[in-house]
Design a protein around this ligand. Structure first.
Ligand SMILES: Cc1ncc(COP(=O)(O)O)c(C=O)c1O
Length: 396
């Protein structure tokens, strides 16, 4: 028996993180206390009122059966209420909202509904890797929109060739952004919507980090802007907002035909979100935001501490007003990977090479702020002691 996996798997880029995982295990086996600033997985617990809602509902047999494919009506109504409260956007929960088993699931499945073989998908680089896998798994052709520092990590829509825009079917955007931690101004959202309407392109906005914001910043929804209802679907997650990464719950909202298309795909692939988890999600969406505010204050303190510490080390990075990431330039003489590997080998600190998010991420590394301040301080102290970065001339 010879097992041949489908050729689409070969379309994925080499798994850069596999080598780093191996290296991390090697370092751990030597007994080093590894500090992981690699993944964006909140260390702060899910707020108690959300856990209590799961506990209350998990034992009810009504919740032990197959859930509704597109989510409980009450869950979709709660999502719509939240959009109204948070963004002033009115949604029809029956037609314009769909529950997701985490937003990653929706982001991966959405292209099944809209991308035909040969269609171009416009993808930010660096970007969340699932935009690319969803594209190529469905026969799409990726066109990468570089996010450059000089443009505030916003794609230059004017640089997209006319022929690419003509063949493009779908554009992904993600603000607040992972991995660059950049935010976008309303003017950019307006331009992006106009661009997509002019070229008949579906605009998918990933808004997973909208609530992790600092200094009074309030990230907008793409649906706040004129014309959005004609071309936009927005993917929202409870993972980061309520520290619920393990629970797997999110939702998609926006244009009814796009949401409906995603629903059709899901009906044929999965069987929805465990209803007790939806009950907990309703408690989260309808409940108090006190914990969210408290957690953002924690991330903000970590951000300030870490930006100062990295700058003191000679690493250039901006002060983000959202997300729990720092996007720092690697010192001269290193690539993203060589710097990451050296930091890991010599200090036991795990960071993420920017090139793992696409070629335009080269020259950067991402630090995640999802560990306590003492661990951040310890990580920086180790990098300093290892003398990996040589003085102020280290900037590229
Ligand atoms: C930009 C972005 N979008 C979506 C997700 C998926 O989150 P979830 O599937 O937990 O909702 C992540 C997770 O890290 C992310 O960084």
């Amino acid at each position: 028996m010879q097992i041949n996996l489908a050729s689409r798997l070969k379309l994925l880029p080499p798994y850069l993180f596999a080598e780093l995982d191996r290296l991390k295990r090697e370092v751990q086996q030597k007994g080093v206390d590894v500090i992981s600033l690699g993944i964006g997985d909140p260390d702060l617990p899910t707020p108690p009122h959300i856990v209590a809602a799961l506990q209350r509902t998990a034992g009810d047999p009504v919740n032990h059966r197959y859930p509704d494919y597109q989510g409980l009506d009450r869950f979709r109504e709660a999502a719509a209420r939240w959009y109204k409260r948070r963004f002033g956007v009115t949604l029809d929960p029956a037609r314009e909202a769909c529950a997701l088993i985490g937003s990653k699931e929706g982001i991966a499945n959405f292209p099944v509904a809209v991308v035909d073989p040969g269609d171009i998908v416009l993808i930010p680089s660096p970007g969340y890797p699932v935009y690319y896998s969803g594209c190529v798994f469905n026969g799409g052709e990726a066109y990468f929109m570089p996010l450059r520092k000089e443009n505030g990590f916003i794609p230059d829509l004017g640089a997209i060739p006319a022929e690419v825009a003509r063949r493009a079917k779908l554009m992904w955007l993600n603000y607040p952004n992972n991995p660059t931690a950049a935010t976008a101004e309303p003017e950019f959202f307006r331009r992006a919507i106009k661009f997509c309407l002019d070229h008949n392109i579906i605009l998918a906005h990933d808004i997973a980090y909208s609530e992790i914001a600092f200094d009074g910043y309030r990230a907008p929804s793409m649906l706040e802007f004129e014309g959005a209802r004609d071309c936009v679907i927005e993917f929202h997650s409870l993972s980061k907002t309520y520290s619920m990464t393990g629970w797997r719950v999110g939702f998609a909202v926006g244009n009814a035909k796009l949401v409906g298309g995603l629903g059709t795909v899901k009906t044929n692939i999965d069987s929805g979100v465990f209803q007790a988890v939806q009950e907990a999600a309703i408690a989260a969406l309808d409940g108090s935001d006190d914990k969210l505010r408290e957690y953002c204050a924690v991330y903000q303190r970590r951000r300030d501490l870490m930006v100062d510490a990295l700058r003191a080390l000679g690493l250039e990075c901006e002060v983000p007003r959202a997300t729990f990431y720092l996007w720092a330039q690697v010192p001269r003489g290193y690539t993203s990977v060589s710097f990451t590997e050296r930091v890991l080998k010599e200090t036991g600190v795990v960071i993420t090479p920017g090139s793992g998010f696409g070629s335009s991420g080269e020259g950067y590394v991402r630090f995640s702020l999802t560990v306590p301040s003492e661990r951040l301080q310890e990580a920086v102290a180790r990098i300093k002691a290892a003398k990996i970065i040589c003085g102020a001339v280290a900037f590229r």
